[in-house]
Ligand binder design. Sequence first.
Ligand code: FES
Length: 150
Amino acid sequence: MAKDPEDRLSVGEVARRTGVAVSALHYYEQLGLISSERTGGNQRRYPRYMLRRISLILVAKRLGIPLADVQEVFSTLPLDTIPSARDWRRVSKQWHGQLEQKRREIERLERELTGCIGCGCLSMKSCRLLNVDDELGERGPGPQRLEPTT
Ligand code: FES
């Protein structure tokens, strides 16, 4: 952790500088996305470089990347130093892959929606927008969620 006490920020300062609510900062800390040290008076102090991690969380949020995915990526980053440019490239490459996958899914849904416009059948059998990836349909007609008892 940072040695210089001047390099540590209170939770209020971090909230003000990042625009993230104090409760959200506590939640991020609970998830292990950020960390703080405690003063003698048991107050949180965040190393200044936590601002960078919080910025990454905000970027992920803006991109629609779930916190669980951020957690996964952050678990590979050192918590006690600023993420390096190399770390950032690795994170951004992973997120780029996820966004690319989302983009393809949206394009597929757009194509299916085009087929549905003007149709209106809302058929559980043939409408792929209504019944996406009908895996249970392979088991036969009718409700398929209940598992058979032995
Ligand atoms: S609404 Fe008819 S196929 Fe989707």
